[in-house]
Ligand binder design. Structure first.
Ligand code: ASP
Length: 364
């Protein structure tokens, strides 16, 4: 009997220790970043390309980690990371974005502050260098949420946000991909802008290949005050027409954040729009007993796969737990946190967070 009492007391003591956080534990910041999902196979990936993507993802994540480690807000962190990736021609956002069938780049972006449920979004932007900053300006300096096209660029100019000619966004690599897609779609080639370059990205410039069709970028973060934010930025799908807009700038579809959940998505936007993917994951995760990983998997590996959609998400909960879920061969992704501040980068589906390859719809 004495023995039983002793065991019971020990168990209670242990349980008590496990549930009581150490009083001196620092407030935990956390960040996760994606750089697009799709057909990113080991067979196609040269060591140079892989190294370039890993370096770029680590550098961008470190930038956000730096903001958060210094006590910056989740909003500041997600914007800072998105800007770095928008300026990097490796990714389908800002410079190096996917090009439309008419030979112009039209950019979409959204940002959401989970603490206030405020959001800003833009679509079809053609001259504003950093669409994510424009999305934030929409959120903070207008009474609107979503601006499109010429009006969005006009607002950017009025706000003094840097403007560039549309050709600034166009790289030789993306032009090559556009020609591939237009050939498949039996559409004529638009006039190639003269003097296209890709910047200092070495052999990737000549790589072409399926993996180069991807690269939408997204960020979710929790700051040390416990606020969550999400941001997504993209050029959309190569060869898009008719003013097509995907999920990325649509609040609830490609981007969403509230007080307990933040999500950024990448993949064929038409499917993500129909499933309202980002918000659906947060709704699942809010159900009693459902972990964020299970919520993300239910929506991506379950519902998205069921309608033959392809892509992935990064998601974060109020505790700063970062998860991802994808049904493609790969997704450029990285994370860092107060507990593990050095960014860890993953590319292939089987690297971490175990994601099966369940669909291989047309690359974009
Ligand atoms: N989701 C983006 C879109 O449909 C593209 C992507 O993530 O690759 O516009």
């Amino acid at each position: 009997m004495i023995k039983v009492h002793f065991l019971l007391a020990a168990a209670l003591l242990l349980a008590g220790c496990a549930s009581t956080p150490a009083p001196s534990a620092p407030p935990a910041w956390s960040i996760a970043v994606h750089g697009g999902a799709g057909v990113i196979s080991r067979a196609q990936m040269t060591p140079e390309r892989e190294a370039a993507y890993r370096t770029a993802m680590a550098g961008a994540t470190a930038r956000g980690a730096d903001v958060l480690a210094k006590g910056g807000t989740a909003m500041d962190a997600v914007e800072a990371v998105a800007r770095v990736l928008e300026d990097d021609p490796l990714f389908n956002a800002g410079r190096g974005a996917a090009i439309g069938a008419d030979g112009t780049v039209t950019l979409d972006a959204a940002i959401m502050d989970g603490a206030t449920l405020k959001a800003g979004a833009v679509a079809g932007v053609t001259t504003t260098r950093n669409p994510i900053t424009l999305a934030r300006a929409v959120m903070e300096r207008t009474r609107h949420v979503f601006l499109i096209g010429e009006g969005a660029d006009t607002f950017a100019r009025e706000q003094g946000l840097p403007q560039v000619p549309n050709t600034y966004f166009i790289t030789a690599r993306r032009w090559g991909i556009l020609e591939e897609v237009l050939t498949e779609d039996k559409l004529p080639f638009p006039l190639r802008p003269p003097g296209l370059t890709d910047g200092p990205i070495g052999p990737i410039a000549q790589a072409g290949g399926a993996e180069a069709r991807f690269g939408t970028i997204g960020v979710v973060a929790r700051d040390s005050a416990g606020r969550l934010a999400a941001a997504t930025s993209t050029g959309g799908l190569t060869g898009k027409r008719w003013g097509r807009v995907g999920d990325a700038p649509v609040i609830g579809a490609g981007t969403y954040a509230d007080q307990s959940c933040a999500v950024s998505a990448t993949g064929t936007g038409e499917f993500f729009l129909r499933l309202v993917v980002a918000h659906s994951i947060c709704t699942e995760a809010a159900k009693p007993g459902v972990r964020l990983q299970a919520a993300a998997d239910r929506v991506i590996k379950g519902r998205l796969t069921a309608i033959q959609g392809d892509g992935g998400v990064i998601a974060m909960n109020a505790a700063g737990e970062a998860v991802w879920s994808l049904n493609t061969e790969g997704m450029y992704r990285a994370k860092a946190s107060a507990a593990a501040p050095t960014p860890r980068v993953f590319i292939f589906a089987d690297e971490e967070g175990g994601a099966g390859m369940q669909s291989a719809a047309r690359p974009h």
